[in-house]
Ligand binder design. Structure first.
Ligand code: ASP
Ligand code: MG
Length: 432
């Protein structure tokens, strides 16, 4: 029998009824003979509500206290879930991230897992119990302080535990049937992807697809953990994220053979509303200016994404540089740049947070000509203006007006013939 790590997201454990439903699923996997470790998120929108609450107390809460506050959310769901499973006659015990041996660095609010020492978890499953672990949290070894892994971090906890325990599969249970060719909340005709490589999934996650946290996919790729993204509301097989074309154990359908599909050219269309664009206007076109601008931006702690520099106007010897960054880093980066305006010699800064980013992802685009032409044609036909473009080997991203983003996603999805007849089901969640 297999060792399975299952992760349930907030919408799957939103209330007492849901917790009981999930407990039933877990106990069935255990009764089928599997060793089961469960990672759980905070109930429903609890994390958002706790953040709102803290902001009512103070606009900038100390990050250490914020982490203690937020980890409470997962403690509530883990203990309730353990109770529900025990009620069904299956032994279960819950553990905080610290008790489960999730060791992180000291960066509050977005800590990285540096080690997993799951001794107590192993002991628990060896005794025949289900181990429930609070997602999204760990402990810093140097200070023993509690940390959180960044929003959506329970996915990362699950994959890290799966790697640390040598699990056969990490099942991520969510409120849709798997990874779709676009967000089904925007494109109801999106198609479920049966199988996707780590590289494609990384690009999807980095481009705004919220189905899996980026670090979770990085972790899965590094340790070669097969990840099965599926719905906790249905028994249907979901999306397998893996590079090896092997069958993977399925807790919901133990005897079914898995069919290996051929890789399509395009995997999907991702979108992101969370970025802003800064344009540095009238930058002297001399060696070293870009270095100084981006040193200042980095010094402000902002993570940049796309960069575009225009050719300089011959008569002025000046150029414009635009880049995108997370919306919340916009003001701090703008302030830092304005402070060095005279020293660097540029004219002005513009901050624009009304942008959207669309990304087309697919490993097949490396070897198929015409993908960009088709993408730009679809945007033209939809009347969408392109403000920036960037590419990787398996991705093309464009920046548009935020208002145009949904229409752009639908147009591109249709142009690449990704639509399907059946309407995708969104089982739960508020999409918050
Ligand atoms: N509860 C945390 C959040 O909402 C972690 C997670 O759900 O993965 O970000
Ligand atoms: Mg969540």
């Amino acid at each position: 029998m297999a060792l399975i790590v299952q992760k349930y997201g907030g919408s799957s454990v939103a209330d007492a009824e849901s917790i009981k439903r999930v407990a039933k699923r877990i106990s069935e996997a255990r009764k089928a003979g599997h060793d089961v470790v469960v990672v759980v998120s905070a109930m429903g929108d609890t994390t958002d509500e706790l953040i709102d609450l803290a902001r009512q107390i103070t606009p900038i809460p100390p990050s250490r206290e914020m982490d203690i506050l937020l980890t409470a959310g997962e403690r509530i769901s883990m203990s309730l879930l353990a109770m529900a499973i025990n009620n069904l006659g299956v032994k279960a015990k819950s553990f905080t991230g610290q008790q489960a041996g999730v060791i992180t660095d000291a960066v509050h609010g977005k800590a990285r897992i540096v080690d997993v020492v799951p001794g107590r978890i192993r002991e628990t499953i060896e005794k025949g119990s289900v181990a429930i672990v609070a997602g999204f949290q760990g402990v810093t070894q140097s200070t023993n302080d509690v940390t959180t892994l960044g929003r959506g971090g329970s996915d990362t906890t699950a994959v890290a535990l799966a790697a640390g325990l040598g699990a056969d599969v990490c099942e991520i249970y969510t409120d849709v049937d798997g990874v779709f060719t676009a967000d089904p909340r925007i494109v109801p005709s999106a198609r479920k992807i049966d199988r996707i490589t780590y590289e494609e999934m990384l690009e999807m996650a980095a481009s705004g697809a919220k189905i899996l946290a980026l670090r979770c996919v990085e972790y899965a790729r590094r340790y070669d953990v097969p990840v099965h993204v599926r719905s906790s509301f249905s028994g249907a097989p979901g999306t397998l994220v893996t590079n090896t074309p092997v069958a993977v154990v399925d807790a919901a359908a133990p005897n079914e053979e898995e069919v290996v599909m051929e890789a399509p050219i395009i995997s999907g269309v991702a979108h992101d509303r969370s970025e802003a664009k800064i344009t540095v206007v009238g930058v002297p076109d001399v060696p070293g200016t870009a270095a100084r601008i981006f040193e200042v931006v980095a010094g402000a702690g902002a993570n940049i994404d796309m960069i575009v520099q225009n050719i300089s106007v011959a008569s002025t010897g000046r150029t414009d540089i635009s880049f995108t960054l997370p919306e919340e880093d916009g003001p701090i980066a703008t302030t830092a740049l304005n402070a060095v305006r005279e020293a660097i010699g540029f004219e002005s800064i513009q901050l624009d947070d009304q942008i959207g980013k669309l990304s087309l992802i697919g490993a097949g685009m490396k070897s198929h000509p015409g993908v960009s032409a088709k993408l730009f044609g679809a945007l033209r036909d939809a009347g969408v203006n392109i403000e920036m473009i960037s590419t990787s080997e398996i991705r093309i991203s464009v920046v548009t007006r935020e208002d145009n983003l949904d229409a752009a996603v639908r147009a591109v999805h249709t142009a690449f013939e990704l639509d399907t007849e059946a309407e995708a089901v969104v089982y739960g969640g508020t999409g918050r």
